[in-house]
Design a protein around this ligand. Structure first.
Ligand code: AKG
Ligand code: FE2
Length: 321
């Protein structure tokens, strides 16, 4: 493109916003324009404009009252307009997309974990297992290691590592005793854990359960008439020697449970999940894979002791009220 001012066309994954203001529009929201593919002259562009140096130099010379650093998008667009210079926006190639960066969690190396509601596209790319969709659409067969217990890839390794890092940095683990002051009856047998509510991740994970996991719930428990989850208690459990090594037999206070293995089997020995009624034992699972099982009445279970290392699982008791 031999033009004086060019910019990429960037859409926002979760709204109709883009980085350009088309002619005849006063905002960055224009559905018609969003569907446009090609090169278009735009009224204004934000964040990424490529200008010929001589034009920029001329503009700065004409407006000595302002430095390049102070020059906002609106100012720049108006100045270009005054000079009779058009801004050409192209969507002929994919240049990426815009994100909502307001309220991004500060002070954490894992801030992206909190972004599912605001930047769902990026969140899914980073954290949802790439094969989940294949199991959901039937291209791959969902495993059923015990009756009504379903097993499938759910989260990426990146998710598991980020959660562990974030929770270990937080560092306030429940002591796993009956006297745990945080436990208001949500956990029938307390574990050494950190609650998602205490990390500010409850709403993010509720969104995950409602929008992503619920599709799988509807698929494997066909005819389940209840809608998306209304409540859930979610927590990260840690097993290690000298702390908690196993979980005695219990039923979860929930209609159903998702239990995600968060670290590789090579990190520990022992463990395994046993469902009492069906006398069915799952000796090992896989990092990022989820075990989805009914809770109340039928699926009493226990976690066998680890003999070495550390084991982490992320558990949600779904519709636990
Ligand atoms: O360790 C496990 O895999 C089971 C955890 C569990 O059953 C629970 O937290 O309720
Ligand atoms: Fe449980």
């Amino acid at each position: 493109m031999n033009k004086t001012a060019v910019c990429p066309f960037l859409e926002c994954s979760s709204s109709l916003k883009s980085n350009v203001v088309p002619f005849g529009s006063y905002s960055q929201q224009d559905t018609e324009f969003s569907r446009f593919r090609g090169i278009q002259i735009v009224f204004c562009a934000t964040d990424a404009i490529l200008l010929r140096t001589k034009v920029l130099q001329k503009m700065l010379a004409n407006h000595p009252e302002i430095t390049l650093f102070e020059m906002g998008n609106e100012y720049l667009c108006k100045a270009l307009d005054n000079e009779g210079i058009f801004i050409f926006s192209t969507s002929l190639e994919t240049f990426g997309h815009m994100i909502h960066s307001e309220d991004f969690k500060q002070g954490s190396t894992e801030g992206e974990l909190y972004e599912l509601v605001k930047n769902p596209f990026d969140w899914r790319q980073r954290y949802l297992h790439p094969e989940f969709e294949l199991y959901l659409n039937g291209s791959k067969l969902i495993k059923e290691p015990c009756p009504d217990v379903y097993w499938f890839p759910l989260m990426t390794e990146r998710y598991c590592k980020s959660i562990i890092r974030e929770f270990e940095t937080f560092g306030f683990w429940g002591n796993g005793s009956e006297e745990d002051p945080r436990n208001d009856g949500h956990e029938p047998v307390p574990t050494v854990d950190v609650y998602f509510t205490d990390m500010g991740l409850h709403e993010t994970w509720m969104q995950f359960l409602r929008v992503i996991l619920f599709e799988m719930v509807q698929k494997v428990y066909r005819g389940f008439s209840r809608g998306p989850p209304e409540s859930a208690h979610t927590f990260l459990v840690r097993y290690q020697l000298g702390e908690q090594t196993y979980l005695r037999s219990h039923e979860d206070t929930a209609i159903y449970t998702i239990n995600i293995a968060m670290n590789p089997n090579s990190d520990f020995t022992g463990a395994g999940l046993r469902f009492s009624k069906s006398e069915c034992f799952i000796p090992e699972t896989e990092m990022g894979w989820g075990l989805l099982h009914p809770s109340r009445l039928t699926h009493n279970h226990e976690a066998k002791p680890i003999r070495s290392g550390k084991r982490y699982v992320q558990v949600s008791f779904i519709d636990n009220e």
